[in-house]
Design a protein around this ligand. Structure first.
Ligand SMILES: NC(=O)c1ccc[n+]([C@@H]2O[C@H](COP(=O)([O-])OP(=O)(O)OC[C@H]3O[C@@H](n4cnc5c(N)ncnc54)[C@H](OP(=O)(O)O)[C@@H]3O)[C@@H](O)[C@H]2O)c1
Length: 254
């Protein structure tokens, strides 16, 4: 589809625009909602194919495929009074908002697809979970790193919970550098070292010929320091506590 609208131009809306436009020969025409004015203005100045619309209705009017990317709590205000005709395709990236609710709010029988794009869509490296499958949506996210289509919204929610583990991971890394600093390592050196260490993990994850279990054991000397930390800190009780929080997030999404 050649005319794409985005309602809600924040972190994820911007990542999608960058991914679709940056260095791309023939990018689609993109119509942005006016809220998040600074980001929208910046994007329209950077890319000649990007236009800021007068209001959200105008975005819907001009676009074949409309991406909803406001915060879930802003959806009522953002979608109020919009009429979406049945020939449009709506893609919602709103966390935890069901397709049936969006259809009711938009009073439409247009196709509504839910998606979970990641900020790495900016570098066209987001594997985006979508539900249900739709060729135009699969193409769109295919061009931003890949599409993983799932059969139903219950399955999509499981992936949504997985995305919630990201900031705890960054905080884990920050906790390691804080600990090193407390041992007298200059903060800058600790930070540089931890980044390097875990960039190596990122590269190793690119090797999909090895399972995650295999990668773990390949990095572990029997009886060594890694094994000791894993078995004493990330022990069954810790793993169970993590699973319990994941269960609880999933049950809230239902
Ligand atoms: N960030 C992620 O990694 C990620 C990943 C997957 C899914 N999501 C989902 O994506 C959605 C957006 O997340 P985000 O992180 O991009 O949020 P964000 O950075 O806060 O951006 C939301 C944008 O929506 C704008 N907005 C608010 N009310 C609006 C309205 N009535 N009409 C049009 N635009 C309006 C906001 O403008 P103002 O700044 O003027 O308020 C802001 O620019 C959320 O539903 C989230 O669950 C996010």
């Amino acid at each position: 589809m050649d005319r794409i609208g985005i309602i809600g131009v924040g972190e994820i809306g911007r990542a999608i625009v960058d991914g679709l436009c940056d260095g791309v020969d023939q990018p689609p025409k993109i119509y942005l909602s006016p809220r998040g004015a600074r980001t929208a203005a910046e994007l329209s100045q950077r890319y000649p194919n990007v236009h800021v619309c007068a209001d959200n209705r105008d975005v819907v009017h001009r676009s074949e495929l409309v991406i909803l990317a406001v915060r879930p709590q802003d959806r009522v205000e953002a979608l109020a009074g919009l009429r979406v005709s049945s020939d449009r395709v709506v893609v919602s990236v709103l966390t935890g908002v069901a397709i049936s609710e969006l259809r009711r709010t938009l009073d439409t029988d247009a196709i509504v697809v839910r998606a979970i794009p990641l900020p790495s869509a900016r570098e066209r490296r987001s594997v985006t979970v979508t539900c249900p499958s739709h060729p135009a949506v699969d193409d769109l996210f295919g061009s931003l790193g890949g599409t993983l289509t799932v059969a139903d919204e219950a399955t999509l929610n499981v992936f949504q919970v997985l995305t919630a583990t990201l900031t705890a991971h960054y905080r884990y890394l920050a906790t390691l550098t804080d600990w090193a600093a407390r041992q007298g390592i200059p903060a800058e050196g600790a930070d540089r070292y931890i980044r390097g260490l875990f960039q190596g993990v990122g590269r190793a994850l690119g090797d999909d010929t090895r399972s995650l279990q295999q990668l773990a054991s390949d990095h572990e000397t029997p009886g060594g320091l890694n094994e000791r930390l894993r078995t004493t800190w990330f022990d069954p009780a810790n793993a169970e506590a993590l699973a319990k929080v994941l269960d609880s997030l999933l049950s809230d999404l239902k």
